[in-house]
Design a protein around this ligand. Structure first.
Ligand SMILES: C[S@@+](CC[C@H](N)C(=O)[O-])C[C@H]1O[C@@H](n2cnc3c(N)ncnc32)[C@H](O)[C@@H]1O
Length: 385
């Protein structure tokens, strides 16, 4: 496909998303009916679609409309590419621009320029005052790709060498001893032998730093209470070099975990009824996901205040229900991939106020400045232990 035809495909897919189709589904449907598209085409179209999803409001303002065509026009203006080279009308390219389209479009400002909905713009201003500009801006851009070296299988330099032999360039990151930032060949990772043999996992930098922050000693028993796909379960098992019990309220979320654990050489047991006590209970709770909206930009547009309120209630309930699973002298780890205080520091404060026998040993935010996602971790222990 020509570069202009890829933009035309992106415009079609964006129209489906604008009509309410989830992005992944719209991309898959397009790929199924467009067998002529090669993997490079599909990857480039996906990048266009996700770049525009991150900048949904500003591209519409710059392009003078909410259609896929207008958003593509807005995006081209945003990145300084001449729209006349894309809207050519040749072959499968978008039809040539009309004079009205050439004249349309505004310079975005405020919440539109920040690519946040109005209520989120106000909420960010209240929850993270002074950080709105930096956070809003960070969320408008692609996230780097990070790998976690699985120390059950290899050390960092051995993993780097194995990846390099397959054309995947990496550099170590100072925030975590297991982290590698991918500098070249990111699209080859999933098919690489290094990945398939469990030397590395795809895992965000801050996600790794959250697990690094957990005080662990050999022989400790550990429960990952909100295990989901098991990214942190595997990181925990690698740090402990011992067994980890994984639980999730929705067991289907853990369906890939046994195969992932086998690949990683990790000792993971799935359960629906965890029986404590555990020395470490990790609660990577369901949250707004605001710290990971660079990777999942639809969340920025689908979150509602009602949903956020419900999530903060669930977070409170989870914290309250797991206290009984933590051993005397044990640790409860509360984590989110959110940048909002109401899901982070405020939750810890509310928990401590209603659980006077608990104390917070340490809490830390991980921001976008390191390159990783926005994350939060708090290490909670029973008072007097
Ligand atoms: C942020 S995700 C976990 C991500 C995972 N830890 C990882 O690193 O890949 C939160 C998980 O919590 C689960 N969950 C939601 N409500 C829960 C509850 N009341 N108890 C336990 N798990 C819950 C969700 O099904 C979801 O899989």
């Amino acid at each position: 496909m020509t570069p202009a035809a890829r933009w035309a495909a992106a415009a079609d897919i964006l129209d489906q998303i604008g009509a309410g189709e989830p992005a992944e589904k719209a991309l898959t449907t397009w790929a199924r009916k467009s067998r002529f598209a090669g993997s490079k085409d599909r990857a480039a179209i996906r990048d266009h679609v996700f770049d525009i999803l991150r900048c949904w409001r500003s591209t519409a303002a710059l392009g003078g409309g909410a259609t896929g065509r207008a958003r593509v026009l807005g995006r081209l203006r945003q990145i300084g590419e001449d729209p006349e080279t894309v809207f050519t009308g040749d072959g499968y390219a978008l039809a040539a621009l009309t004079d009205a389209e050439r004249a349309a479009g505004d310079t975005p400002d405020g919440a539109v320029a920040m690519d946040l909905s109005d209520w989120l713009f106000d909420l960010f201003n209240r929850d993270v005052p002074g950080e709105l500009d930096a956070m809003g801006e960070a969320l408008r851009h692609r996230a780097p790709v990070f790998l976690r070296v699985n120390t059950l299988r290899a050390d960092r330099s051995a993993a780097q060498n194995a990846l390099a032999a397959e054309g995947i360039g990496t550099v170590p990151h100072a925030l975590s001893e297991t982290a590698l930032e991918v500098t070249e060949g990111a699209r080859r990772i999933a098919q690489s032998e290094a990945f398939r043999s469990g030397l590395v996992e795809l895992q965000d930098l801050s996600s790794q730093a959250v697990v690094d922050a957990i005080p662990l000693e050999p022989g400790m028993s550990a429960l990952d209470y909100c295990a989901g796909g098991g990214g942190k379960t595997l990181a925990l098992a690698a740090r402990l070099k011992g067994p980890v019990v994984a639980h999730d309220a929705d067991p289907k979320r853990m369906s890939d975990l046994p195969a992932r654990a086998a690949r990683a050489g990790a000792d993971v047991t799935l359960t629906q009824k965890p029986v404590g006590p555990f020395d470490v209970v990790l609660c990577d709770v369901p949250c707004s996901g605001s710290g990971s909206w660079r990777r999942a930009p639809e969340g920025k547009w689908t979150l509602t205040l009602e949903r956020l309120d419900r999530l903060t209630e669930i977070q409170k309930e989870i914290l309250a229900e797991v206290t009984g699973l933590v051993a005397e002298g044990g640790v409860l780890v509360y984590a989110t991939c959110s940048v909002l205080s109401r899901e982070n520091e405020d939750q810890v404060e509310a928990f401590l106020a209603s659980h006077p026998d608990w104390t917070c040993q340490r809490q830390q935010r991980f921001g976008f400045e390191t390159g990783g996602d926005g994350f939060f971790v708090a290490i909670l222990t029973r008072r007097g232990m």
